[in-house]
Design a protein around this ligand. Structure first.
Ligand SMILES: O=c1ccn([C@@H]2O[C@H](COP(=O)(O)OP(=O)(O)O[C@H]3O[C@@H](CO)[C@H](O)[C@H]3O)[C@@H](O)[C@H]2O)c(=O)[nH]1
Ligand SMILES: [Mn+2]
Length: 359
């Protein structure tokens, strides 16, 4: 008799090459909804706030959890570059991961449904985005040419159709959109109900507001630039860690020839934060709203010399320009520039294999 048919489940794609990083101040019940998609993957949980609190993680998940005491123990004095009491703390997870890819998601983001009612496997779509090339050098009017049922349109140079490696996949949000505090205050009831079935490469030379709540990236290509800055308690600014990182990442991707995509996948964002959060957010975002008007031209003109052949070298060069050109806005940028250098030092300490000198 032929052997009994065994239900062999396919190995989830990139199972051993991807970590899921979650910053949190609460129990992670939200994982129950993601279980079908996340359970095979390793989680890195970065617990913010009071380290004596216990964060409950549903059974069955493979994870490592780091609280502030762990961050201080592992990084020593370099822990000063990791934010406290802000979701920017998540970048510690990028630092300690040993995997090629990272997907980071907030704990108030749930599984969304596409217009057909099918649940969206956000992780699977991010992986597709990252494994397919980007087209930052010439815009394809039929959007992502590598998607099933699409291609390059007439007039698209064949010399550019190979595309470039994709470093970042920026997903979007149904329900609560990632609005800044003034917009939240002006439009408290606005919900995003529009599902747009598109993945776009952000053109080279163009900045974008990178939101950290549904984000994936190739850690080997761009990890050292994914520093979410100095945010939260003791800092004049909060809730801009993802924005700061996105501006640094985009100028470095443009310089090194990597691509950044935005669009699918969607998650369902149902804010778990306090209803008067818009006022709390306004206080945290206040300086950011002014400073971003100056940061845009700074990043647009940030120079990277040919010598900047690695992400770390680009990042150190950027930190020098932050110090020289943004210090006049506020002393905060002098501190941030130093923290950028500390971050790269921590990255190299934990990630760059130092080969013993050949005897
Ligand atoms: O002090 C904190 C506050 C929160 N977190 C964790 O970070 C994410 C995002 O927090 P939350 O969803 O409560 O806030 P939002 O306003 O919806 O977040 C948006 O603004 C960005 C702020 O950086 C964020 O990326 C966007 O999603 C949750 O997982 C909290 O548990 C924290 O670690 N420390
Ligand atoms: Mn949220």
């Amino acid at each position: 008799m032929a052997g009994a048919l065994v239900d062999v489940k396919p190995t989830p794609i990139l199972k051993e090459e991807l970590d899921i990083v979650i910053p949190t101040i609460r129990n992670l019940d939200f994982l129950e909804m993601w279980r079908p998609f996340f359970e095979p993957y390793h989680l890195i949980i970065v617990q913010d706030g009071d380290p004596s609190r216990t964060i409950k993680v549903p059974d069955g998940f493979d994870y490592e959890l780091y609280n502030r005491n762990d961050i201080n123990r592992i990084l020593g004095p370099k822990a000063s570059c990791i934010s406290f009491k802000d979701s920017a703390c998540r970048c510690f997870g990028y630092l300690v991961s040993k995997k090629k890819y990272i997907f980071t998601i907030d704990d108030d983001c749930f599984v969304a449904k596409d217009p057909s009612g099918k649940e969206i496997n956000a992780l699977e779509q991010h992986i597709k985005n990252l494994l397919n090339p980007s087209t930052p050098l010439f815009f394809n009017t039929l959007y992502d040419p590598y998607r099933e049922g699409a291609d390059f349109v007439r007039g698209y140079p064949f010399s550019l159709r190979e595309g470039v490696p994709t470093a970042v996949s920026h997903g979007l949000w149904l329900n609560i959109p990632d609005y800044d505090a003034p917009t939240q205050l002006a439009k408290p009831l606005e919900r995003n109900t529009r599902f747009v079935d598109v993945v776009l490469t952000i053109p080279g030379g163009t900045l974008f507001p990178m939101c950290g709540m549904n984000l994936a990236f190739n850690r080997e290509l761009i990890g050292p630039a994914m520093y979410f800055g100095l945010m939260g308690i003791r800092e004049p600014i909060g809730r801009y860690g993802d924005m700061w990182s996105g501006w640094c990442v985009k100028v470095i991707c443009d310089h090194l020839g990597y691509g950044v995509k935005t669009g699918l996948p969607y998650i369902w964002h149902s804010k778990a934060s306090d209803p008067i959060i818009a006022f709390v957010n306004l206080r945290e975002e206040y300086y950011g709203i002014f400073w971003q008007e100056e940061l845009n031209p700074f990043f647009q003109s940030a120079v990277r010399t040919k010598a900047c052949a690695t992400v770390q070298k680009c990042y150190i060069e950027l930190s020098k320009q932050v110090k020289d050109e943004l210090g006049r806005i506020d002393p905060y940028f002098l501190k941030l520039a130093d923290a950028m250098v500390t971050w790269v030092g921590a990255w190299d300490e934990l990630n760059v294999k130092v080969c013993a000198p050949v005897k």
